[in-house]
Design a protein around this ligand. Structure first.
Ligand code: R5P
Length: 295
């Protein structure tokens, strides 16, 4: 069975090919001078079930490339497309908070449906609303990297651990992580005065003298994490670690993480992390075996 990949995910997909014994599908992906993307499938795929691995980090070009690849496969008369999406972007706007806004998560789910994707294998989607948008029309296998992150944390032999959710949205995941680590949970109230600015307001739970593991689904600018770190310091946490499924690390993220009193930042390889962003405290935990088992 063939597995195709958008340009950014070739190395990731080659690992899946080995683990799941698939055939790597050859493609041409190029850009015209104005930035438009050209995609050509170079395999005979008519009548076959195929996988397509894609990412949306950064979002726009990667999303269009993924959609063009699905269209090329549909035009080449594949029987079905299963999309493997280790990280799906445009999920943050998952409801109408103010009149006049776009709900990008719904649009992305619709685009996937129009692209003839029959099944999606995704990892730690942002919210139940996103899950529901997708499930309206497409079969969804929703995987979580939390157990894999927990295993990596356990190897550190921490004592007196507490898992901390830096906002309400992270609480469900934090509880799951705490279950794997057999420890308690603390949580925080967060608000955003404007996009990409996080303010943590209040901490619920006792972190005094404990080794705190902040859990979030994604680290984007690291504003949320660094606010949570300040709050934990003030509340007397002894050591602070971070675990997140998606290490997006945009804008000031790496500088902030470097300076913050955090010992280790665990993220998965769901998003490609360039060499220059791989500072010493970042540990990348692979999720390819989890995905390959579910193909
Ligand atoms: C928010 O809803 C998410 O779960 C993350 O907390 C957020 O996207 C992280 O963004 P940043 O790193 O920019 O604070």
């Amino acid at each position: 069975m063939f597995i195709f990949s958008t340009d950014a995910y070739q190395d990731f997909t080659k690992k899946l090919v080995k683990q799941a014994r698939l055939k790597y599908g050859r493609l041409t992906i190029k850009k015209f001078a104005d930035g438009e993307i050209y995609v050509k499938v170079k395999e005979k795929v008519a009548g076959q079930n195929v996988f397509v691995v894609g990412t949306t980090a950064p979002p726009s070009d990667n999303l269009v490339e993924f959609l063009l690849l699905c269209q090329a496969l549909t035009l080449a008369k594949v029987k079905s497309i299963t999309a493997v999406l280790p990280y799906l972007g445009y999920e943050r706007a998952d409801r109408l908070k103010e009149a006049g806004e776009a709900v990008s998560a719904k649009l992305v789910a619709d685009l996937l449906k129009f692209s003839q994707v029959k099944k999606i294998i995704a990892l730690d989607l942002h919210s139940q609303r996103v899950v529901n948008f997708i499930k309206e029309d497409i079969k969804l296998v929703h995987l979580s990297a939390i157990e894999i992150l927990a295993a990596a944390i356990k190897r550190e032999n921490l004592k007196k651990i507490i898992v901390v959710a830096p906002d309400n949205g992270a609480l469900t995941g934090a509880k799951k992580l705490a279950k794997f680590l057999s420890c308690g949970v603390a949580w925080m109230e967060k608000f955003r005065p404007r996009h990409n600015v996080a303010c943590v307001r209040k901490l619920y739970g006792d972190v005094q003298g404990k080794q705190a593991v902040i859990f979030d689904d994604m680290i984007d600018t690291a504003g949320t994490i660094c606010q949570a770190v300040c709050c934990l310091r003030e509340a007397g946490a002894k050591k602070i670690l971070v675990a997140a499924t998606h290490g997006i690390f945009s804008g000031p993220a790496i500088g902030r993480l470097r300076q913050a009193p955090i010992s280790i930042v665990f993220v998965t390889d769901s998003v490609l992390i360039s060499q220059k962003k791989r500072i010493k405290k970042i540990r990348i935990v692979p999720v390819t075996s989890l995905l390959s088992k579910n193909l």
